[in-house]
Design a protein around this ligand. Structure first.
Ligand code: ATR
Length: 283
């Protein structure tokens, strides 16, 4: 069987579980592949991706801070990434990169499938307006959330995302400094990368209510500060991004190999810390 080559591009990628997840799916599905992490700066990304294609690369995942650049590197796009304007999954197809985004489907799958949560009608706050926030927005809207308020450290990025969606009744931007005046949300998503640098977000307890679902799109140590805040703020249900990571990987795997692997056992293994990945300091 010919072994196909896949890679994860991003900065940082050293701690990523994606190589282990894709290797596990490959073993379960009887598919021969290798999947490596490639630490890549935004300045080097285009050249590295081109070299990867020339060396026989069949597909790539892209993580922070490269998802917007990955959109520009694609010649064609799937519907989700077209709406999002960011790409986390690239497939080498007919001599060019095809871009998809599986982050949103992964998040919704995790919350509604694994945790049986109903997202419909939820007044939602998304913190951040980078690649992760842009990637999950279309799927959250499709899942029936009532509205989404975007708040970002750099307000212009939140406004750009609002413009892209052109849905003023449901998608709007507010200033971080005004958070305390926006009332309680039913669903708060931390889509910032602040946890990766160990920074704490300045969040008022007033945005949390008795039925607030709080979700970090990060996992491991990077999620712990936001999850700690959510517990202190009294959020009723709190999740990290480990399940989303596994589900978005399964969606990417399905795009590349035509089969969606079962994720249940792998999720439990990663959650319990029994895999090679070691324990995760999450919830
Ligand atoms: P990703 O693909 O993970 O979204 P990204 O595109 O680099 O990565 O975006 C990172 C997001 O986290 C941005 O919304 C960023 O805010 P800025 O647009 O102002 O840079 C946000 N972020 C990172 N560190 C942060 C911090 N310490 N406080 C608040 N927001 C932060």
């Amino acid at each position: 069987m010919t072994r196909k080559h896949f890679a994860l591009f991003g900065q940082p990628v050293g701690q990523s579980l994606s190589p282990r997840i894709h290797s596990w799916f490959a073993r379960e599905s009887g598919i021969a592949l290798d999947y490596t992490s490639r630490e890549t700066s935004p300045a080097d990304f285009a050249q590295c991706l081109e070299a990867f294609a020339h060396s026989g690369g069949a597909g790539a995942n892209v993580t922070q801070p490269l998802k917007g650049l990955a959109f520009e590197q694609a010649a064609t796009w799937g519907a989700a990434s077209q709406r999002a304007g960011v790409v986390n999954t690239l497939t080498w197809r007919n001599g060019a990169w095809h871009g998809d985004n599986t982050d949103g489907a992964g998040l919704v799958h995790d919350l509604t499938g694994r945790f049986r949560l109903d997202l419909r009608g939820r007044r939602t706050l998304v913190l951040g307006a980078g690649g992760a926030a842009a990637g999950v927005l279309p799927a959250l809207l499709d899942a029936g959330i009532e509205s989404v308020t975007l708040v970002n450290r750099t307000p212009q990025r939140a406004e750009q995302l609002v413009e892209r969606h052109d849905d003023p009744a449901r998608v709007h931007a507010r200033y971080w400094a005004d958070l305390a005046n926006l009332g309680a949300f039913d669903f708060i998503v931390d889509a910032t990368s602040a946890g990766h640098s160990g920074s704490a977000l300045d969040l008022p307890f007033a945005i949390s209510g008795a039925r607030t679902l709080a979700v970090s799109l990060s996992y491991g140590a990077a999620a712990s500060r936001f999850l700690g805040w959510a517990r202190a703020a009294g959020c009723s249900e709190i999740h990290d991004g480990l399940g989303m990571l596994v589900e978005q990987a399964a969606e990417s795997f399905a795009i590349w190999h035509g089969v969606r692997p079962d994720t249940g056992d792998l999720y439990l293994e990663l959650r319990s810390g029994k895999s090679e990945a070691g324990p995760l300091s999450t919830d």
